[in-house]
Design a protein. Structure first.
Length: 67
């Protein structure tokens, strides 16, 4: 049995499988760090601290024991 290189469906299925593999593997790849100064995720520009503090207090506290 040989590969159907002359069939268009072979290329469509290959492209779909390659995209699916990329979607599955992408979360496990290390992300690139931004080299800009003052980005929102760090304290170099002064903008990241306020966002992180807001995220830490965005969960409302319960009164009383948990059930």
């Amino acid at each position: 049995m040989s590969f159907p290189y002359d069939d268009w469906q072979f290329y469509v299925v290959t492209a779909v499988c390659a995209f699916g593999a990329w979607v599955v593997v992408k979360p496990f790849l290390p992300s690139r760090k931004s080299k800009r100064h003052g980005c929102g995720g760090c304290n170099a520009g002064g903008g990241g601290g306020a966002r992180n503090a807001a995220a830490a207090t965005s969960i409302p506290e319960r009164d009383g024991p948990r059930r």
